[in-house]
Design a binder for this molecule. Structure first.
Ligand code: UGA
Length: 436
């Protein structure tokens, strides 16, 4: 395999994963970040994000001399044949992705890029960004490529090294071929496209996933009213290969740093292009509805008839947007907590990835505890928000003794209803009948 020299700008979970994985494929990689403290930590192999397998891969790359970390993009691009931009693209005031960081990197490196090198956007960027970057570069000798990532937090290393597909979009065939070479060690179909199509794929995938989940969550509500069981419905649904069995688990709504941002961004892009896209808007509205619906359910079980929860203590299990990550961004657990607090509830929460010392990152009305049993003490209901495996093995008899009312609301159908029922607890799942 041909060994390439690569620069990666930005060491968030996308940049760091891409850098470490490309180094593990045998390439020579320099990763750059603006934050010198983070650069020093990473240079020592000190990875601060919870991402399975990533610390090991970073240390392996450092030890093999294939991975380096530097402060600032200028140092990284010197000698690099391919430069990946992996900086953040948060939501801007109009809902569209804010490209300030991407523009700043392009401006900083445009005159420093090696002749005949390739500049790749891996950050999630709206359609038209490759054209914008090409214009800002003013370097006809440099190829511009869109190579979107499909990494899930928590499993980003395996998603990078064993992806369903690699998408490479460019209007310069030689630049696309050069980026395809980097993935020679990855066993996956490579889709070569024009730059605009590759940029659309990223949003198309995330929005499709959001629509799929909102559909399941709406179905779950229907199942509850109809006396049907969402688990049986999704099992049969997923066996149709045209639908697929993945991403069909109901829950408190989808969250995280990507799906909420990308659905808003696609709507922003559609608006700007004069295209009406009510399907994605409906998926967002259905998602927002989940927190009201679950709060209504909790209020019915232990609050007042008017839906208020004044002075009612609620215990929360899980705060991160899904299990396997310590990320709290756009977490549905926090959205539900805010709705419960608005109705007057007093909240005590536990999350294995959010120690009580991280309480400053959370709204003041949530008390964080380091033991899940403590979250249950004196509560009128215990609500599971995040599917951490360890919650299945809790001491339910002890929890039954600690709870003020024997009510457990399992927003993700993660717990074993029979184990709860044996301990005298009533289990209230999503899209299914309660088990008393
Ligand atoms: C998502 C996409 O899955 C990745 O392919 C994409 O690369 C990434 O965004 C990104 O754009 O960077 P991620 O945000 O890490 O990845 O999380 P997911 O695993 O997709 O979960 C998103 C949300 O959906 C979570 O709140 C999760 O709990 C929820 N979910 C997921 C369900 O409620 N049910 C499911 O069956 C699956």
């Amino acid at each position: 395999m041909h060994r390439h020299t690569i620069a990666v700008i930005g060491t968030g979970y996308v940049g760091l994963t891409a850098g470490a994985c490309l180094a593990s494929l045998g390439h020579q990689v320099v990763c750059a970040d603006l934050d010198p403290v983070k650069v020093a930590e990473l240079g020592r192999g000190d990875v601060r994000i919870l991402e399975e397998g990533l610390p090991e891969l970073v240390r392996e790359g450092l030890d093999a001399g294939r991975l380096r970390f530097v402060a600032g993009a200028a140092d990284a691009v010197r000698g690099a044949r391919t430069v990946f931009i992996c900086v953040g693209t948060p939501t801007g005031p109009d809902g569209r992705a804010d490209l300030t960081a991407v523009d700043a990197v392009v401006e900083e490196i445009r005159t420093l890029l090696e002749p005949d090198s390739v500049l790749v956007t891996k950050s999630t960027v709206p359609v038209g960004t490759a054209a914008r970057v090409t214009a800002a570069l003013g370097r006809p000798d440099v190829g511009v490529v869109s190579n979107p990532e499909f990494l899930r937090e928590g499993t980003s290393v395996s998603d990078f090294l064993q992806p369903d597909r690699v998408v490479i979009g460019s209007d310069s065939p030689w630049a696309a071929a050069q980026v395809a070479e980097l993935y020679a060690g990855v066993d996956a179909p490579v889709v070569i496209a024009d730059a605009a199509s590759a940029e659309v794929v990223k949003y198309a995938a995330n929005c499709f996933l959001a629509v799929k989940l909102s559909y399941v969550n709406a179905l779950a509500e229907l199942c509850e009213e109809a006396g049907a069981d969402i688990g049986r419905v999704t099992t049969a649904l997923g066996q149709d290969h045209r639908i697929g069995g993945a991403f069909l688990r109901p829950g408190p709504g989808w969250g995280g740093s990507c799906l909420p941002k990308d659905t808003r961004a696609l709507l922003g892009t559609a608006d700007a292009l004069g295209v009406d896209f009510p399907l994605v808007r409906a998926a967002i509205d259905t998602n927002t509805h989940q927190r009201t619906r679950i709060a209504d359910k909790i209020a019915r079980l232990c609050g007042d008839a008017d839906g208020s929860l004044n002075g009612v203590r609620i215990g929360l299990l899980g705060l991160t947007f899904k299990a396997g990550t310590d990320d709290l961004r756009d977490s549905p657990a926090l959205a539900l907590a805010a709705e419960l607090a608005r109705r007057g509830a007093e909240l005590t929460a536990h999350d294995p990835a959010v120690p009580a010392t991280r309480h400053t990152e959370l709204p003041a009305d949530i008390t964080v505890v380091d033991d899940p049993h403590q979250a249950a003490k004196g509560a009128s209901a215990l609500v599971l928000c995040t599917e951490w495996p360890r919650y299945r093995g809790l001491d339910w008899a002890r929890i039954a003794a600690d709870l003020h009312h024997p009510v457990v609301v399992d927003t993700r159908n993660h717990l074993d209803p029979a184990a709860l029922s044996a301990a005298g607890l009533a289990w209230h799942g999503t899209g299914t009948s309660p088990v008393e």
